[in-house]
Design a protein around this ligand. Structure first.
Ligand code: BGP
Length: 466
């Protein structure tokens, strides 16, 4: 039985575009998703969980259920509707009001500056592939640091690897490009430069509070002990995990990372440009991160693969439909005997323990870690206002145990943000993949605590995982 530290944060996570709704209210500018989803016609980001209007109720529920931290993101286009230039005061006021509500109820806000929602004006000019947009991001960050004194914890980006691969490998995010490794590598690097520039700005100006970045870190294991499978897992890991951790904590890419990168680039005919000055910036920032945010849901078993890229994204919850074979990297397989969700996400908490231990060993100056997302997407059954989500509780228990074990083994984990606080809109899955502690009836916007919310409340009170 594991006991978590007294000062541990038991948080709930959200993101602006997935929770707020009100995409056309309050002077908000457009993001690429607006047009993309409308064209796709599968589901709408409005009203989502209507957090834009319901936030006082959600923050009240946090207090009532022992959720003492909330992860939110600021929608860049509520502040700068065109990405740069004129400020939209209504958007600024909205976030001041939201933070005031958090303060009133003693809920610590962890604020992400960018969670998949680049302003459309900048997105159309190449998003983070265009270096001018890095300037725009840093300016937006600076505005937020100067304006929102209520915020103590800042994260620059949410999940740089999924941004790059969902936009330019799978094509599930706008602009829906498939298998362009030049774009993938350049996007990863440029976003890490933007992160480093923002950290340097924050520290050079002594803004109060702490700053970090949120990475999606999914552990990769070889499917078998064969050297070919081991190499495939090494390549998959190098691009999705090691590249970002090197950039964050070393400020350069280690020889091992570069070796893998070159192999992947060559197989896919990719070119990229890393400037000397980028590394100066990244090096300066590499010892200035106050914390690392880790999003971790699943892990991958990888086997060697020789063919062309073939991907099918399971965005419907039809178990067994996902296919992931990438040229020059490998194939992710379903490992016999392991449980997985309806969306084919493998439940393997050892992956959480292993990534935490690895960070402690490979990047010993990581300072501290927050698990900024972990949770289970599930087709919840709603019966007369009661939601018995035992499968989710089982999932949370084993993952929190893995965190407890890592803490016992010396990893400095200071908090956990369950994805998600309330049910919300999922980018590529819509509304039937629910994650929340609170069930949302999207018609009425009424919230209903699930069994997991009562379980989480007890956990937050006792700090004991049982
Ligand atoms: C992370 C994102 C979140 C959220 C979560 C669950 O990658 O940061 O925004 O969506 O994954 O993913 P999904 O909604 O695809 O199930």
């Amino acid at each position: 039985m594991y006991k978590l530290p007294e000062d541990f944060i038991f948080g709930g996570a959200t993101a602006a575009y997935q929770a707020e709704g009100a995409t056309k209210e309050g002077g908000k500018g457009l993001v690429a998703w607006d047009e993309f989803l409308e064209k796709q016609g599968r589901f709408s980001p409005d009203p989502a969980s209507d957090f834009y209007h319901q936030y006082p109720e959600d923050i009240r529920l946090c207090e009532k259920f022992g959720v003492n931290g909330i992860r939110i993101s600021i929608a860049w286009t509520r502040i700068f509707p065109d990405g740069t230039g004129e400020v939209n005061q209504e958007g600024v006021d909205f976030y001041h009001n939201l933070f005031a509500e958090c303060q009133k109820r003693n809920i610590t806000a962890f604020v992400t500056l960018h969670h998949f929602d680049t302003p459309k004006t900048l997105f159309d000019k190449g998003d983070f592939l265009n270096r001018e947009n890095l300037d725009a991001f840093v300016d937006y960050a600076e505005f937020c640091f100067k304006e929102f004194h209520e915020v103590h914890y800042w994260s620059t980006f949410n999940e740089i690897y999924p941004v790059a691969t969902n936009q330019y490998l799978l094509g599930t995010f706008p602009p829906s490009v498939k298998s362009d490794f030049s774009m993938i590598i350049q996007c990863l690097h440029n976003m890490m430069v933007a992160h480093a520039r923002t950290v340097n700005l924050f520290k050079d100006n002594n803004y109060p509070g702490e700053i970090g970045v949120v990475h999606s870190l999914e552990t990769k294991y070889p499917a078998t002990d064969s050297p070919e499978d081991q190499h495939a897992a090494f390549l998959d890991d190098a691009l999705s995990v090691r590249f970002l951790l090197d950039a964050t904590y070393l400020g350069y890419y280690s020889d091992k990372t570069m070796q893998a990168l070159e192999e992947i680039a060559e197989a896919n005919g990719a070119t990229y440009e890393f400037l000397e000055e980028d590394f100066e910036i990244m090096k300066k920032a590499s010892h200035r991160n106050d914390y690392l945010g880790i999003n971790h849901y699943q892990c991958h078993f990888v086997k060697a693969y020789d063919g062309e890229t073939q991907i099918h994204h399971n965005g419907t919850g039809d178990k067994g439909t996902s296919v992931y074979k990438v040229k020059g990297i490998g194939e992710r397989i379903y490992k016999e005997g392991l449980k997985r969700t309806d969306w084919d996400w493998l439940i393997y908490p050892e992956g959480m323990y292993d990534i935490l231990m690895r960070i402690k060993e490979d990047y010993p100056h990581y300072n501290k870690i927050y698990i900024t997302e972990n949770g289970m997407g599930y087709k919840d059954e709603f019966e007369d206002g009661v939601i018995m989500d035992e499968a989710r509780i089982d999932y949370l228990k084993v993952y929190l145990e893995a965190i407890g074990k890592a803490i016992e083994d010396g990893v400095n984990v200071k908090g956990y943000f369950l994805w998600s606080l309330m049910d919300l809109f999922s980018w590529t899955n819509g509304y039937n993949k629910r994650y929340g502690l609170f069930y949302v009836d999207f018609e009425t916007q009424k919230r209903y605590p699930k069994a997991s919310a009562y379980w989480y409340k007890r956990l937050s009170e006792t700090k004991t995982i049982s």
